[in-house]
Write a protein that binds this ligand. Structure first.
Ligand code: XMP
Length: 314
């Protein structure tokens, strides 16, 4: 199932972007996720260089992400600019532990940054890759998705923005169909979802550059071992807990950090089951994480489906 006619869908969306933007410019923020990459390519096809594609380096992305996205999208003829605003995001998140306050602080900084970027690039519109599940979850009051404003009564005008959301009627598996048809590399079209607020959704408690760096290192290991094990979960990632646990590092008692490995299978992100990861892969993750990520003394595996959990931890 899914989209009946992908080519016709793409044609329709390109036409809509063309007529919506007219002879003006539009900014597209891309995180390297399939939704925003699909939007960037659609916008590029619709309005060429009048689509300004921006990677916001908020300090919460995975290892080397900006550089990779820039290089890979260049192969599709899409020129990505990188904007380093790490300090703004860490300042906004400083001292916040509550999950919803954290999400709202992220959202506010995200849109303020975009408002500024739109003015600087002299764009009249912002195009973003909101999809159906994002809208549903925020409206249902489950959590504040970073990219939902107008659907919950916040005017994008507050940030000086007029927002277009060309793929908001699609679910993730349908976005992948569109991405494939647009010629997006499988690395992106088949990529695991990564939430807009990035590693901030996976650091429980305060988000600091040091804690994000610990999680980033663990994230690389989880993703690499999943790949090596030849399994393809909907999403697999690491989470850094706020609690600590006693361990022994180099023969010394250490009250160290705890990393959780979470892996789920899903089609639409609305419900999710737990991936049956081979125990040998989990063991490898544990060995590499406690062996190379400083200060981590414990690795746990999460066996909870959605519901009752959600996929992310905040
Ligand atoms: P949850 O945690 O609600 O996640 O079960 C469902 C899917 O949405 C992703 N997610 C987000 N994506 N902005 C996004 O773009 C967000 O604020 C956000 N929060 C969660 C999550 O990774 C999963 O794929």
């Amino acid at each position: 199932m899914g989209l009946k006619n992908v080519k016709a869908y793409i044609g329709k969306r390109i036409k809509e972007i063309k007529s919506g933007v007219g002879n003006k410019r539009a900014l597209v923020a891309t995180s390297g996720g399939v939704d925003s990459v699909t939007c960037a390519v659609l916008a590029h096809k619709a309005i060429g260089s009048r689509a300004v594609i921006l990677f916001i380096d908020d300090g919460l992305m995975r290892q080397d992400e900006g550089r990779k996205v820039k290089k890979d999208l260049a192969r599709l003829g899409v020129n990505v600019k990188i904007l380093n605003v790490r300090a703004d995001f860490f300042r906004a998140l400083k001292g916040i532990e509550d999950p919803e306050i954290k999400r709202k602080a992220f959202r506010d900084t995200f849109y303020k940054t975009l408002g500024r970027a739109v003015r600087i690039s002299k764009a009249s519109f912002m195009i973003q890759g909101t999809i159906a599940a994002d809208i549903m979850e925020t409206k249902a009051g489950i959590k504040t998705q970073h990219n939902i404003l107008q659907q919950i009564g916040i005017s994008p005008r507050k940030y000086g923005l007029t927002i277009l959301e060309p793929i908001k009627d699609l679910y993730k598996f349908e976005v992948r169909m569109v991405a494939r048809a647009l010629g997006v590399q499988p690395e992106y079209s088949e990529r695991m979802p990564f939430p807009g607020p990035g590693l901030a959704t996976r650091v429980i408690g305060e988000v600091t550059p040091e804690r994000v760096e610990t999680l980033r290192k663990a994230t690389v290991i989880v993703e690499e071992e999943i790949k090596k094990a030849g399994i393809k979960p909907f999403q697999a990632f690491a989470v850094l807990l706020k609690d600590r646990a006693t361990g022994v590092i180099n023969g010394k008692r250490t009250f160290g950090q705890i990393v959780v490995v979470r892996s789920v299978d899903s089609r639409d992100a609305i419900t999710a089951g737990v991936t049956r990861i081979p125990f040998s892969a989990l063991e490898k993750m544990q060995k590499r994480i406690t062996g190379s990520v400083p200060d981590v003394t414990k690795v746990l595996f999460d066996v909870t489906p959605k519901p009752p959990s959600t996929i992310e931890y905040i």
